[in-house]
Design a protein. Structure first.
Ligand code: IMP
Length: 422
């Protein structure tokens, strides 16, 4: 099915739940009409799977728009693992034009080691990170001791910064985490070789995007992770260390928020979560396993089993508030096709016995709330170009509850299996 989605100057695509909503596929679809595709936050913790022409592509660090031959931008708000990036450039770099912000921060080997050691140390209290060094890299950025992409332009400065950082990080690794330390020569020579490979791509990406928008080009901002993993507004501490919410596109790229025209929230027709943390609509029956198998809910990056739950409209309503979605893409509706009845969480029952349609502002309420479900009729048939009445009713139920139109519906894994609704 061809999707006719009118191109507007700028569109942000944001995961509306806890990630893995199938953003990659929606970005890939809309990227066909875009000139520039940007990532504004996160790093190789993202895992986008795109299937087309019988091939499956898994991308962690590059914007998925590179696959469509577009200008692909990694903005200042991103953290970059140069080893992963160089690998992906080897595989896909010649498909489009790639530009990397000099202000983005580098993930260094000690960030990965500290992420791993810190999760090990936390034991049962672990966050369940992707162990790619994301949190420690953003922590150094906030502490103003990070090493940036632009440091790759100056070998002497790069080496000096590695030396200064190692003096402290090695102590920390050895004494606090009882983990292996790093040799200056090893790290410096590895990063110098990445520098040689990445230098040609380093650019003023804020200016590039500004000029593209001024020239009336279409720019797509591809959020990684998702709303409920947002550092400020998500389910802290079980969050990532960046700002996936739509306004993060403006800060992460370096343009004004008034330059963002459309904001598309991508929500799965049910919910999944990887890692730890409360999850009110998590299914407690064997249907969780059934949903996981049907939806292939295993992490792209880590291979971990994703926790599965019914659609949570309380959390989605919060995502609408945080992002200002102008429309929604409801993905993987086909995964629900086997169920005779489909519960949808419409409110939370709080510990004090009251019910609320709003996401709790306090962690204890969220930790202890129970889902209040309405049960919708299933359709129990394969989804095709025309949605059966019960599937149509499911989509409309979501639209009415959230007061946001669902413009795209995912009905299968392939690139083509997306329905456009007017
Ligand atoms: P980190 O981003 O690796 O620090 O992990 C922090 C939290 O975000 C963990 O719960 C991860 O499972 C989750 N997370 C990070 N990236 C993704 C993603 O792309 N999809 C789903 N969850 C993610």
């Amino acid at each position: 099915m061809r999707v006719h989605f009118s191109a507007v100057p700028s569109t942000v695509i944001v995961g509306a739940q806890w990630g893995d909503e199938g953003k990659g596929k929606i970005v890939d679809l809309l990227a066909q009409k875009a000139d520039v595709v940007c990532r504004y936050q996160g790093g190789p913790n993202a895992g986008h799977t795109i299937i087309f022409g019988g091939d499956t592509y898994k991308i962690r660090q590059l914007p998925t728009g590179i696959l469509s031959g577009k200008t692909a931008v990694l903005g200042a708000g991103c953290v970059v693992d140069p080893e992963v990036l160089v690998g992906e450039l080897d595989d896909y770099g010649d498909r489009g034009k790639f530009c990397l912000s000099g202000n983005a921060h580098l993930i260094m080997p000690w960030h990965v080691a500290i992420d791993q050691a810190s999760e090990r140390r936390l034991g049962k209290l672990q966050i369940g990170t992707t162990r790619r060094g994301i949190g420690p890299a953003y922590a150094d950025k906030a502490s103003r001791i990070g090493i940036r992409v632009q440091d790759l332009l100056e070998p002497k400065i790069l080496r000096q910064k590695i030396e200064v950082a190692l003096a402290e990080k090695n102590l920390w690794l050895e004494r606090v985490y009882e983990a292996d330390t790093f040799e200056l020569e090893d790290v410096a020579s590895r990063y110098e070789s990445y520098a040689q490979r990445l230098r040609p791509y380093i650019a003023d990406t804020s200016l590039l995007v500004d000029e593209a928008l001024r020239a009336g080009k279409s720019v797509l901002f591809e959020g990684a992770q998702a709303t409920l993993l947002d550092l400020d507004h998500g389910t802290y501490p079980f969050v990532t260390s960046s700002n996936p919410v739509a306004s993060g596109a403006a800060t992460g790229i370096g343009i004004g928020p008034n330059r963002l025209d459309e904001i598309i929230g991508v929500a799965k027709a049910y919910v999944t979560r990887v890692g730890e943390g409360p999850f009110p609509s998590e299914i407690e029956s064997p249907e969780q396993e059934q949903l996981r198998e049907l939806g292939g809910e295993f992490g792209t990056v880590t291979g971990r089993e994703r926790r599965c739950g019914w659609l949570d409209l309380v959390a989605l309503r919060y995502a609408v508030r945080l992002n200002g979605f102008t429309s929604l893409a409801l993905t993987k509706l086909d995964v629900l096709s086997s169920f005779a009845e489909i519960p949808v969480c419409v409110r939370y029952l709080l510990p004090d016995g009251t019910e609320t349609p709003h996401f709790p502002a306090h962690q204890s309420d969220f930790h202890h709330c129970r889902p209040v479900y309405e049960t919708l009729e299933g359709w129990e048939q394969r989804l095709d170009a025309e949605l059966p009445a019960a599937a149509q009713a499911y989509v409309e139920f979501v639209e009415h509850a959230l007061e946001v139109p669902v413009r795209l519906v995912g009905t299968g894994a392939e690139r083509e299996r997306v329905l456009a609704r007017s």
